[in-house]
Write a protein that binds this ligand. Structure first.
Ligand SMILES: Cc1cc2nc3c(=O)[nH]c(=O)nc-3n(C[C@H](O)[C@H](O)[C@H](O)COP(=O)(O)OP(=O)(O)OC[C@H]3O[C@@H](n4cnc5c(N)ncnc54)[C@H](O)[C@@H]3O)c2cc1C
Length: 472
């Protein structure tokens, strides 16, 4: 059976206008944010859960390998086809209905293709938002599939902690619907199967709808940049902030000077918060939020932050070298511009890794010491969610570096870094971007065989057809 036959059959299922075959039309679905992408046999764009079920049933019966795709902002080549031309992209972007907002339950029932920005725009009038914050605009389904973390994980947790329920379609001959769209916050009636689909990159099924937790929109925000005196001072500052700010504390984001310089160079509209002062080696973006406006006689949040910073200044171990209060919008604009600034400054070799919190700065210090000896002439441009132990450990190599023409250079470098993360620190080789073709070999390398066996059995139990870019 040729692609042509499959396309005709699938046209009958979802309509001709919802299948893309022209290379010009399929191109945007073939290349990821940070990968060169591949070639799709064709692209399917269903409108609802029922369409997805019928597509998966047909594909399972006909051995068509499907790659689910949301907004395609993932960073590990999980949402794009490989170069074989044998994979078909299933875009969920049209499942973008916002079905229901329940302000009392503080939940939203949305289609998997609904964009985060669209959901938050709709929620504004209810004074609510989906509290996962990041510098991209993903779909809710993609966020569930990757268990997105983001900048306010410290306060709200990740997607896993903010999902009440979902609907998913299995890749089997029936295109079975698994309905786990339960509205209760408490529900201990057996294993919580929704977690099979959260953070597993589509390998166990396609998420078509989700019921997500909402949080009251902050009405006051105060931000500052902290410059720690030493790398070790970062841990002191983190613990002190948690103790002194309690539930107001919402972000503690680390930014290396190298990453800041590249963001400022790439985006001329950004304001340099350090003015004429030198850009420090490391700065922390700190945020406090409160869900009410100042009451009569109550200190505004900025004043509270200022008092806390004075307390930190006065500490005998002197963890602070400097601190600058700043406009939240401007400081977050800088934070969110780091990713692109670093990417545009050379050939980027990026690692999304995590540690227990006390190890983050130790790892960074070790890398600054050892990397130049092992792999010279590479800039370390890290930043990350260090309040929860996450680091975007970005290495930038000059684009014309002759080592890049040798494929083994990047593989050896990755292996060397990940070995240190996983074997020396018991850290994670994929903190929040989940799995895709880019890190498949490290799943194969570091996942214990008995865990791989369980994953494989679950996959075989749920799916007879092939879905996802990853092999479990
Ligand atoms: C500038 C930038 C900043 C970022 N910052 C962060 C950050 O701070 N924290 C963070 O965690 N991530 C971050 N990311 C990564 C990315 O945005 C998240 O992983 C995002 O949640 C992916 O959503 P998406 O809709 O783009 O999914 P896609 O990229 O389209 O897909 C991601 C994965 O999910 C699968 N998938 C997509 N939709 C479904 C579905 N409905 N059912 C089953 N599987 C599906 C895909 O096959 C793929 O494996 C950032 C990305 C960029 C570009």
């Amino acid at each position: 059976v040729t692609n042509h036959n499959h396309i005709s059959a699938l046209e009958k299922i979802i309509g001709k206008e919802n299948i893309l075959t022209d290379p010009h039309d399929t191109a945007p679905y073939e290349k990821g944010w940070r990968d060169d992408g591949g070639k799709a046999a064709f692209v399917l764009r269903p409108h609802n859960t029922n369409d997805v079920s019928r597509i998966l049933s047909y594909c399972a019966k006909n051995n068509i390998h499907i790659i689910p795709q949301g907004a395609n902002t993932g960073l590990v080549s999980g949402s794009t086809p490989d170069t074989s031309g044998a994979h078909c992209v299933l875009s969920l972007s049209r499942l973008n209905t916002i079905f229901h907002i329940d302000p009392i339950n503080r939940t939203a029932h949305v289609g998997a293709g609904c964009k985060l920005s669209a959901l938050n725009a709709t929620l504004e009038e209810h004074g609510l938002y989906f509290p996962i914050d990041l510098g991209a605009d993903p779909t809710i389904g993609g966020m569930l599939a990757t268990n997105t973390g983001g900048g306010r994980f410290l306060k709200y947790g990740g997607v896993r902690e903010n999902t009440l329920g979902l609907r998913a379609i299995l890749s089997d001959e029936d295109g079975t619907l698994i309905d786990l769209l339960h509205p209760c916050r408490k529900n201990n009636t057996g294993p919580d199967l929704k977690h099979l689909f959260i953070g597993t990159s589509g390998a166990f099924g396609i998420i078509t709808e989700a019921l997500v937790n909402l949080a009251p929109l902050p009405q006051q925000t105060a931000t500052a940049l902290l410059i720690p005196r030493t790398p070790e001072s970062v841990n002191t500052l983190l613990m002190e902030m948690e103790r002194r700010c309690g539930n107001y504390f919402s972000a503690f984001e680390g930014m290396s000077g190298e990453a800041i310089k590249r963001a400022l160079a790439h985006s001329p509209t950004l304001t340099n918060p350090f003015g004429r002062d030198a850009i420090p080696n490391y700065a922390i973006l700190l945020e406090l939020t409160r869900t009410w406006t100042p009451r009569v006689g109550e200190q505004p949040l900025t004043d509270i932050l200022e008092s806390i910073l004075s307390e930190l200044w006065a500490m005998p171990e002197e963890p602070l070298e400097n601190a600058l209060l700043g406009d939240p919008a401007k400081l977050w604009a800088l934070r969110h511009a780091l990713s692109e600034g670093v990417q545009k400054s050379g050939k980027l070799i990026a690692f999304d890794i995590a540690f227990k919190r006390g190890d983050v700065m130790n790892f960074l210090m070790q890398m600054h010491k050892q990397l130049p000896a092992q792999f010279p002439d590479i800039a370390i441009c890290d930043f990350g969610h260090i309040g929860d132990g996450g680091v975007h450990f970005n290495l930038v190599v000059a684009k014309d570096d002759p080592r890049l023409s040798d494929n083994s250079f990047e593989t050896n470098l990755r292996r060397w870094v990940y070995d240190c993360v996983v074997r020396e620190y018991n850290g994670s080789f994929s903190a929040e971007h989940a799995l895709g073709r880019k890190n498949q070999m490290f799943y194969d390398l570091y996942t214990p065989q008995n865990i791989k066996n369980i994953n494989h059995k679950i996959k075989n139990l749920l799916c007879t057809g092939e879905i996802s870019a990853i092999l479990l």
